[in-house]
Ligand binder design. Structure first.
Ligand code: URP
Ligand code: ZN
Ligand code: ZN
Length: 473
């Protein structure tokens, strides 16, 4: 007779978005089937010994093997990206099936499934990127895809190959409203950036640090306000991604004060990096930290911490956009040190996201462990239609667990599992790291090494978003 349980995680101090309690976790066929004390009858046991156990992370903003204009190529595919995620406590990723202008959206999705193939080591779903909202996309493809489980999409207000004008944004938002999808908005004013870039480059200011000067907070503030106004006109929620500081936060608080359902995401780079990391002089080293919006300053970091603490932000994602530093496909296109406006935008962060927030947020006394779970897992699962399968520790949920170990360590790229030759957080001190990560009951990180396997990860079609109640202000 087979035993009633496959695995018991014993003596766990369980933290969900709502509660903290002590229990044994009984797992069968990859699901949590019982929570109780002194459970018996499992083929295998893991003693969590009073350690905090949280739901596996859901990283709802990461880019893996996303097609890029040559010579740029993302360093992580679904194999290395999900391996790295697992070793940092993330058990679900939601990267982007990106439509190129002129491409059918359905073809972009088919191509992305092909790229994921049998490579993923943890579970995954797809957001879409809509860059070409033709009549066919708006009337047919997008509604069909939403109904097939691709219930969220990102739109861009900047980047020449991706950006939509305001009229197109309205068109896309109204499809989201009609079909109950969630729209994620990259809010930066493209014309302001182009104008500033032209002047900077014209004056010979081409070092990486000028990337930050070409995208000041004002350009994010203006686009955030405009996105909010467009969402108000259509009367649909939006989620502003990768919010970097005070002026954008003010716009979101203003909209919330008017009763609008404007959601917001932020990322580790806006807590742990500043514009100084792009360089204090004209050296090229700062290319490592070129991402958009750029990191700001210490005062803006504090504003982001405040928003994490007081409920402004719903989601904390990595925005992992991996490019090697010393590589012709990465930060040195074609092997050259180039003007800042030709440096591929993005930094790696899938593996370090959870431990950074756990260390400085929870153990640093800035947020509760329950808020940590909301930000890193539960809210993303709710917003993107994966809850309660993902994002919680409850009977019936997937057995996606992180067992935390409190210890002093320093981030070192040599210990990470991505395919990038650097981490922007090199040397950052941490107070904890996952002792173990389980994805559907399988140990995928044992505290020393990746123990999962490529192909284990399952694709998940998403339900329509369940919107969070109006946030605390
Ligand atoms: O610089 C960034 N964030 N690159 C990734 C693409 C995006 O806009 O999120
Ligand atoms: Zn973006
Ligand atoms: Zn991104």
């Amino acid at each position: 007779m087979s035993s009633p349980l496959d695995l018991i995680v014993r003596r766990a101090r369980i933290a969900t978005a709502g509660d903290t309690f002590d229990a044994d976790i009984g797992i069968k066929d990859g699901k949590i089937v019982t929570l109780g004390s002194q459970l018996e009858g499992a083929a295998r046991e893991i003693d969590a010994a009073g350690r905090t156990v949280t739901p596996g992370g859901v990283d709802a903003h990461c880019h893996l093997d996303q097609p890029m204009p040559a010579p740029a190529r993302m360093a992580d595919d679904f194999e290395s990206g999900t391996r790295s995620a697992a070793c940092g406590g993330t058990t679900t990723v939601i990267p982007f099936a990106a439509q190129e202008k002129g491409q059918s959206l359905k073809d972009a999705v088919a191509d992305y499934h092909h790229r994921a193939g049998t490579k993923a080591a943890i579970d995954y779903a797809f957001h879409l990127i809509v860059s070409d909202p033709t009549e066919a996309v708006l009337a047919q493809e997008l509604p069909d895809l939403i109904n097939q489980g691709y219930t969220s999409f990102k739109i861009y207000m900047t980047y020449d190959d991706l950006k939509l004008d305001d009229r197109q944004v309205l068109d896309v938002l109204s499809v989201a409203r009609e079909h109950g999808a969630m729209t994620m908005v990259h809010a930066e004013n493209a014309d302001c950036i182009a104008w500033l870039t032209e002047r900077l480059v014209g004056a010979g200011n081409i070092a990486p640090r000028y990337h930050a000067a070409s995208r000041p907070m004002l350009v994010e503030r203006e686009a955030t306000h405009r996105a909010i106004a467009l969402a108000e006109l259509v009367d649909t929620p939006i989620l502003i991604v990768h919010v970097s500081g005070r002026e954008a936060v003010e716009q979101i608080r203003w909209a919330r004060g008017r009763g609008m359902n404007i959601l917001a995401e932020t990322c580790p780079q806006y807590l742990f990096l500043t514009a100084d990391d792009l360089g204090l002089d004209d050296s090229y080293e700062g290319a490592r930290c070129v991402c958009s919006p750029p990191p700001r300053d210490a005062a803006n970091q504090q504003v982001i911490w405040d928003g994490l603490g007081d409920g402004l932000f719903s989601v904390f994602s990595s925005d992992h956009a991996p490019f090697k530093y010393d590589d012709p496909s990465g930060k040195k296109p074609g092997g050259q040190e180039v003007s800042f406006d030709y440096i591929p935008n993005g930094i790696p962060g899938l593996e370090t996201r959870m431990a950074l927030l756990y260390s400085e947020g929870v153990l640093g006394g800035r947020i509760t462990v329950n808020r940590f779970v909301e930000l890193t897992s539960a809210n993303a699962a709710k917003l993107y239609g994966l809850y309660p399968r993902k994002g919680t520790i409850a009977i019936g949920a997937d057995a996606d667990l992180v067992i935390w170990q409190e210890r002093d360590l320093q981030i070192d790229n040599a210990n990470l599992h991505h395919n990038v030759d650097y981490t922007p957080y090199q040397g950052q001190r941490l107070k904890a790291w996952p002792a173990m990560t389980l994805c559907r009951g399988e140990v995928v990180w044992d505290g020393q090494q990746f123990t999962g396997r490529s192909g284990y990860g399952q694709f998940m079609a998403c339900d329509k978003p369940s919107l969070l109640p109006q946030h605390r202000l």
